[in-house]
Design a protein around this ligand. Structure first.
Ligand code: GLU
Length: 482
């Protein structure tokens, strides 16, 4: 059996979008599952829509997710070049062949003529469709038009149907009468997508084309091109759409939509890749957490759903939280570093801070923020908590706590707990009466990690300093709230 060859074929028109990333991932897993190859082909024929640096950005996005390709513009391969624009000569050669074989023809209709035709059809309530006028030009009429600009159109049969045997969606039939003689080469003699994609997929020996459902309606046109060229088409598989929870088209208001935005939001690439995997595919054993290696072992197209996949930002964040807790500590430390906007010199080792805080954070942004107090004394204090906790006499209480803490040795969880218990007993109050104001005084917040754990990390000097600061600020009425 021939080796599986699949491709991810982005147009470099922006950043790597969640839909594109999912397509790339599924192709990657399919290739790995079958011991095949993933090809990255950059479809840059539409120069006007290109965004500089987009190609490099997309590659970085794919790599961050753990998606590796075997052939591509950056690493070459036996089927290059891997930028579509560099394959132009071949596209032109194939178009010329179709013209010679009378399977395509030159169309000289001007944009104005086409517009008039479209309007006339519209008046009659008919869908836009090219009449095929230039298909029937006599040799004499063609001679008269020589030197005029033209496009090349494919001769599409106007009877019968084109059938797509889709590996995910089953048999999908298209009536040829709804297709017109569509353009394959533009006036500048560059190919349109539906032509170039066939030429390249054939020349690069693709066995399967796995892509988003929005391309299903292009597939009959591509099959007609295969037929005209006498090429064997690959097998097609169209992945379900990704929709928002309200089943509308996914857009910014539903959360991030590009891989870079997820990164900036503090979503781990491991979590994002895992989440993308579940957008249309499910594990035969019902597991939700899988590494890409595990997924590659299990990945088959018969487990791809037909119905739309629903994107849920909350679930992604939940998954990210699980990854934050379960990944090796060093990995989380490395991942959170770029999000830290405070100096780390005066505080505990970052790995201790992460170990203390990761359990309570959904994103790396939150994690970085939740560790700030370990390195910087709070400048403002949560207003609501201040109203509740810093009631009359608390300044004295904070100082009593400070005094008690001066004699805690060693400075660790159990000895701190003991000290609080003793002080609570001496003052005939519950331990919580001491814990909440302490937390607020040293962190500025009402929630966070366990108090004795965080005091252990903060150290005696800093704790004592902060208790004193809060007591003084309360006394002088200078405590700032937020
Ligand atoms: N360049 C096309 C896109 O980005 C590729 C479509 C295909 O996979 O055939 O949508």
């Amino acid at each position: 059996m021939c080796v599986v060859r699949v491709r991810y074929a982005p147009s470099p028109t922006g950043t790597l979008h969640i839909g594109g990333a999912r397509t790339a991932l599924f192709n990657f897993l399919f290739a790995r599952h079958h011991g095949g190859r993933l090809i990255l082909r950059v479809e840059d024929t539409d120069q006007s829509r290109q965004v500089p640096d987009s190609e490099a950005q997309m590659m970085r996005g794919l790599q961050s997710l753990g998606i590796e390709w075997d052939e591509g513009p950056d690493r070459g391969g036996d089927f290059g070049p891997y930028r579509q624009s560099e394959r132009l000569a071949r596209h032109q050669e194939l178009a010329n062949r179709l013209l010679r074989e009378d399977k395509a023809y030159r169309c000289y209709c001007t944009p104005e003529e086409l517009e008039a035709e479209r309007k006339a059809r519209q008046k009659e309530g008919l869908p836009p469709r090219y009449s095929g006028r230039c298909r029937f030009l006599s040799p004499e009429e063609i001679r008269q038009r020589e030197g005029q600009p033209y496009v090349v159109r494919l001769k599409v049969p106007d009877t019968g149907e084109t059938v797509v045997e889709d590996l995910i969606r089953g048999t999908v039939r298209f009536d040829n009468r709804v297709l017109d003689d569509f353009i394959i080469m533009k006036r500048d003699y560059t190919p349109v997508y539906n032509f170039a994609v066939v030429a390249d997929d054939h020349d690069m020996a693709m066995t399967h084309v796995i892509r988003g459902e929005e391309h299903l309606s292009n597939t009959p046109k591509q099959l007609l091109v295969y037929q005209a060229l006498g090429f064997q088409p690959p097998q097609f598989a169209h992945l379900p759409m990704i929709l928002a929870p309200d089943r509308s088209k996914l857009s910014k208001r539903h959360g991030a939509t590009s891989v870079e935005e997820y990164r900036d939001q503090g979503i781990l690439p491991e979590a994002l890749a895992n989440y993308l995997l579940l957008l249309g595919w499910s594990d035969p054993n019902g597991r939700e957490f899988l590494t890409l290696d595990e997924a590659a072992r299990l990945f088959t197209l018969d487990r791809v759903q037909h119905t739309a996949a629903i994107y849920d930002q909350k679930k992604l964040e939940w998954m990210n939280h699980q990854y934050l807790m379960q990944l090796p500590l060093e990995r989380v430390v490395e991942a959170v570093r770029p999000f830290i906007t405070y100096a780390l010199d005066n505080g505990p080792p970052l790995s201790d801070a992460v170990a203390l805080s990761r359990e309570r954070s959904a994103t790396l942004v939150q994690l970085a923020e939740s560790m700030r107090f370990l390195y910087e004394a709070p400048r403002t204090f949560e207003a609501k908590a201040v109203a509740k906790q810093f009631t009359a006499g608390v300044d004295e209480l904070l100082e009593a706590i400070r005094d008690r803490l001066l004699s805690v040795t060693p400075w660790d969880h159990d000895h701190l707990m003991n000290a609080y218990d003793q002080l609570a007993e001496a003052r005939q109050v519950k331990r919580a009466v001491l814990i909440h104001p302490t937390r607020l005084a040293v962190t500025g917040r009402s929630v966070g990690p366990g108090l004795f754990e965080l005091l252990t990390l903060l150290g005696r000097d800093e704790t004592v300093k902060r208790l004193q600061f809060a007591a003084d600020a309360l006394r002088t009425g200078t405590l700032a709230t937020d």
